[in-house]
Design a protein around this ligand. Structure first.
Ligand SMILES: Cc1cc2nc3c(=O)[nH]c(=O)nc-3n(C[C@H](O)[C@H](O)[C@H](O)COP(=O)(O)OP(=O)(O)OC[C@H]3O[C@@H](n4cnc5c(N)ncnc54)[C@H](O)[C@@H]3O)c2cc1C
Length: 292
């Protein structure tokens, strides 16, 4: 089912993001996580694509297995970095054949620390908007999500133009926007208002990722370049004696964010799970959802 159609249902939608495991053991652990998350009844789940355009096989395997073994609606991430138009066509054909109705079209980044510049492959796509247009034209039945950056994309020097670029993705055929994670809801509300002013009227899903350890804090800082980590949160974490205490603080912070987003009637909340269920389940339980 198209995520755009699901998002027309009048409720706050939950969705989960997973990354593809590379070993059987990690794969089994992920399917256990998914089993635990199923009672939350997510509107969809998404599967990331490897950094720097790597790991195509792992993403495809997980997407196809989820389709075969679960009732979930799935969005497969695709990145344009290093990919030729033929690569994207091959992946899209595979997904359509497997009955996948949704993809997330992303540009991708060169590997961290490589100093390399972004490069598409042969007849590939310089920006995500171009890939969105290609998918819309050639696979009109497939739903398309795109990325949004409430605090700005780290490479964009001009915040006004950035909204034009985001609008170009929507005008090219994107059905919804999923945001980079953020810790301050005002940033998200302001982003939604700026989208409205720019004439962007598709649903916007709020990206939430609870800090669960010192290691996860550093991972977040690395993944979400440009995302502001509030001093109040950092101060609370600095007082914590161990990771268990940090997890409590991070889960509490994310719960407060989710309560507030819920009360503000936003379209949906996209949890960056890092393939774990504990924090997400705790947040949803505190929201009053009955989860066994
Ligand atoms: C929800 C979400 C999911 C993600 N999933 C993945 C994943 O699975 N795998 C992965 O590798 N990465 C993923 N990323 C990271 C993403 O690939 C990078 O952040 C990337 O740098 C930006 O991708 P984009 O699709 O927004 O690119 P674009 O929209 O193409 O933007 C890239 C840069 O180009 C600028 N730009 C756009 N159009 C123009 C134009 N016409 N002229 C000049 N400048 C322009 C933008 O402002 C921005 O600075 C994800 C990010 C988010 C928020």
């Amino acid at each position: 089912m198209h995520i755009a159609d699901i998002l027309t249902h009048d409720k706050v939608h939950f969705s989960f993001e997973f990354f593809p495991p590379k070993t059987d053991e990690a794969s089994n652990a992920l399917f256990e996580t998914i089993k635990q998350l199923l009672p939350i009844d997510p509107s969809f789940v998404s599967v990331t694509y490897g950094a720097g355009g790597s790991g195509k096989r792992y993403t495809q395997e997980l997407v196809v297995r989820l389709r075969r073994e679960t009732p979930l609606n799935i969005a497969a991430h695709l990145t344009a970095i290093g990919a030729s138009q033929a690569d994207i066509k091959e992946q899209m054909d595979k997904y359509v054949e497997a009955g996948i109705d949704n993809v997330v079209a992303l540009r991708g980044d060169p590997p961290k620390g490589s100093g390399a510049q972004y490069q598409p492959g042969e007849k590939g796509f310089m920006y995500a908007a171009e890939m969105v247009a290609y998918i819309k034209k050639n696979y009109p039945r497939v739903g398309i999500g795109v990325a949004g950056f409430p605090e700005g994309h780290p490479e964009t020097p001009n915040r006004l133009k950035e909204m034009d670029y985001l609008k170009a993705k929507v005008d090219s055929g994107a059905d919804y926007i999923c945001t980079q994670l953020f810790f301050d809801n005002h940033v998200f509300y302001d982003f939604c208002e700026r989208c409205q002013l720019a004439g962007i009227n598709v649903p916007i899903l709020a990206g939430i990722m609870p800090v669960t350890s010192l290691q996860s804090l550093h991972k977040i800082a690395d993944l979400a370049l440009g995302s502001h980590i509030p001093a109040k949160l950092l101060r609370a974490i600095s007082r914590a004696e161990n990771d268990a205490a940090i997890e409590k603080i991070g889960t509490h912070w994310a719960t407060e964010q989710v309560f507030d987003l819920y009360d503000n009637n936003i379209h949906g909340i996209h949890f960056y799970t890092l393939n774990h269920s504990k924090a997400t389940i705790k947040i949803c339980q505190r929201l009053g959802l009955s989860i066994p």
